[in-house]
Design a protein around this ligand. Structure first.
Ligand SMILES: [Mg+2]
Length: 415
C-alpha cells in the first residue's frame, strides 16, 4: 500500500491548526496534527515544501522507516518545527495502519491498559472566590484532577488565568474559560508584567485555601511556566509540600536539565516538565537521574506516536510517567493520538484536557469521549477523527501570537 498524496490543511476555527492528510493508493486516509502554537505556518511550509514531496510513492505501512528517513535523512535533527512535522506524518501513518487493520489505534499499541485516561482540567480565577467557582464547575462536570492558577496581587494579568469570572467558569462545549489560552489574534504579541517574589509569596496561600474548601481527595496541579530560578523553584516546591500536589510543572526553563537537580534535592513535591521538549534526548539526564516524575511531551510536538512511545519506554525504567501537554492548540487529532497512546501505555500518568470549542470539534469530528474524569478514544478503526474539509476551508489562517512576559523593569523574562 503506497502513499498516493499528502495534503496540508491549515484551518482556524477560533484558533490555528495544521493537519496533514495522507491518502493511500487504495483510498485509505490518515490524519496527523502538526500544530505549533504561534508558529503554525513554519510547520505547514516545512511539510508542504520539504516533506510532502518525499512521501509520494512510499510504503504507507513503513512507519518506523519513514520516521527515521525524515529524522536522520534531513541531517538537521530535532527542533519544534521539524518534530511537529514528523509527528504529523507519523500520526497519519498510524491512523492509516489502524484503519487497514480494522482496529482502534490503541489496539495496535498493545491494547488498553486501563478503562480510561485520567485527565486534568484548568481552573483559574483572578482571586480566591473566582477560583472556587471555577473549581466547583469543573467538579460538577466530572473532573477529578484540576490545575490551579490564580491572579497575583499587584499584577494586572497572569497567563493561565481567565480574565473574568464568567470566563473562568466557562462550560463544556465552550472555550471561554480559556480566554487566556488561544494565541491572541493581533499584529503583535500582548505583553504581560511579572514579579516572581509576589508570586512566591502568594501561591502557598492559594493552595491552603483550596485544600481548606475542597478537602484532600481532589488531585491538584500547578504550572510555574518556566519562570523560576532553580533555588526559587526549590523554595516553591518546599512551600507547597503540605498541600500534596499531584505535580508542580515547568518550574525552571527547560533547556538546563541540571537545574532540576537543585529542585529535586530540596523538595518532595512531584515534578513535571517537557512540554517544549521534542525528543528523547531532551530527557536523557532528567529521566536517568530520576529528577522528574512526569514527562510533558505530547505526540504533536515530539515526533509522533513512534517517538513519544520511545520516550515513555525509557521513562518506564525509572518509574517516570506520562503527563502529555494538552492545551487547545493541540488539535483534536493530536489529542486523539494522545488518548490512544495513553490508554495503551503502562506508565500513563495523566492527560491534560482543555475542552476544544464547538467550532473546532465540528471541523475535526473526534470520537473520544469524556466520562468518569477521563477520556476514552472510542472503538472505531484508526484515530477516530473525521475532518470536514469544506468547513475547515471556511476558517482561513489568522496570524496570532502567544504573549510575551516582562519583569517590572521591562526585562524580557521566561514564560
Ligand atoms: Mg506548562
Amino acid at each position: 500500500m503506497l502513499i498516493e498524496r499528502a495534503d496540508v490543511i491549515v484551518t482556524s476555527p477560533g484558533r490555528n491548526f495544521v493537519t496533514l492528510k495522507i491518502t493511500t493508493d487504495d483510498g485509505v486516509v490518515g490524519y496527523g496534527d502538526g500544530t505549533l502554537n504561534g508558529r503554525e505556518l513554519a510547520v505547514a511550509a516545512y511539510l508542504t515544501d520539504h516533506v510532502v514531496p518525499l512521501l509520494t510513492g512510499r510504503d504507507a505501512h513503513a512507519i518506523e522507516d519513514t520516521w527515521q528517513y525524515l529524522y536522520r535523512g534531513a541531517y538537521w535533527r530535532r527542533g519544534p518545527v521539524t518534530m511537529a512535522a514528523i509527528a504529523a506524518v507519523d500520526t497519519a501513518l498510524w491512523d492509516i495502519k489502524a484503519k487497514v487493520a480494522g482496529l482502534p489505534l490503541y489496539q495496535l499499541l498493545g491494547g488498553a491498559s486501563r478503562e480510561r485516561c485520567l485527565v486534568y482540567g484548568h481552573a483559574s480565577g483572578k482571586d480566591i472566590p473566582e477560583l472556587f467557582d471555577s473549581i466547583r464547575k469543573h467538579l460538577d462536570e466530572g473532573f477529578r484532577a484540576i490545575r490551579i492558577q490564580t491572579g497575583v496581587p499587584g499584577l494586572d494579568s497572569v497567563y493561565g488565568v481567565a480574565s473574568s469570572a464568567a470566563a473562568s467558569v466557562g462550560g463544556a462545549g465552550s472555550d471561554s474559560r480559556y480566554d487566556y489560552e488561544p494565541a491572541r489574534r493581533s499584529a503583535l504579541p500582548t505583553e504581560e508584567t511579572w514579579d516572581t517574589r509576589a508570586y512566591l509569596r502568594h501561591v502557598p496561600s492559594v493552595f491552603e485555601a483550596v485544600r481548606g474548601e475542597f478537602g484532600e481527595d481532589i488531585a491538584l496541579l500547578h504550572d510555574a511556566h518556566h519562570r523560576l530560578t532553580p533555588i526559587q523553584a526549590a523554595k516553591l516546591g518546599k512551600s507547597l509540600e503540605p498541600y500534596d500536589l499531584f505535580w508542580l510543572e515547568d518550574v525552571t526553563p527547560a533547556e538546563n536539565q541540571e537545574a532540576l537537580r537543585w529542585v529535586r534535592h530540596h523538595t518532595t513535591t512531584p515534578l513535571a516538565i517537557g512540554e517544549v521538549f521534542n525528543s528523547v534526548w531532551d530527557y536523557q539526564h532528567l529521566i536517568r537521574e530520576q529528577l522528574i516524575d512526569y514527562v510533558r511531551s505530547p505526540v504533536t510536538h515530539a515526533g509522533g506516536i513512534t517517538s513519544v512511545r520511545r520516550i515513555m519506554d525509557y521513562a518506564a525504567m525509572y518509574q517516570v510517567k506520562s503527563g502529555m501537554h494538552g492545551p487547545t492548540d493541540v488539535s483534536p487529532v493530536g489529542l486523539a493520538a494522545a488518548v490512544h497512546l495513553g490508554l495503551a501505555l503502562h506508565n500513563f500518568g495523566i492527560q491534560e484536557y482543555m475542552v476544544h470549542s464547538e467550532q473546532t470539534r465540528e471541523v475535526f469530528g473526534p470520537t473520544y469521549e469524556f466520562a468518569g474524569g477521563g477520556l476514552r478514544p472510542g472503538e472505531e478503526p484508526g484515530l477516530g477523527i473525521h475532518v470536514d474539509e469544506e468547513l475547515a476551508a471556511q476558517y482561513p489562517y489568522e496570524r496570532a501570537y502567544l504573549p510575551v512576559n516582562r519583569l517590572r523593569d521591562g526585562t524580557v523574562h521566561d514564560w
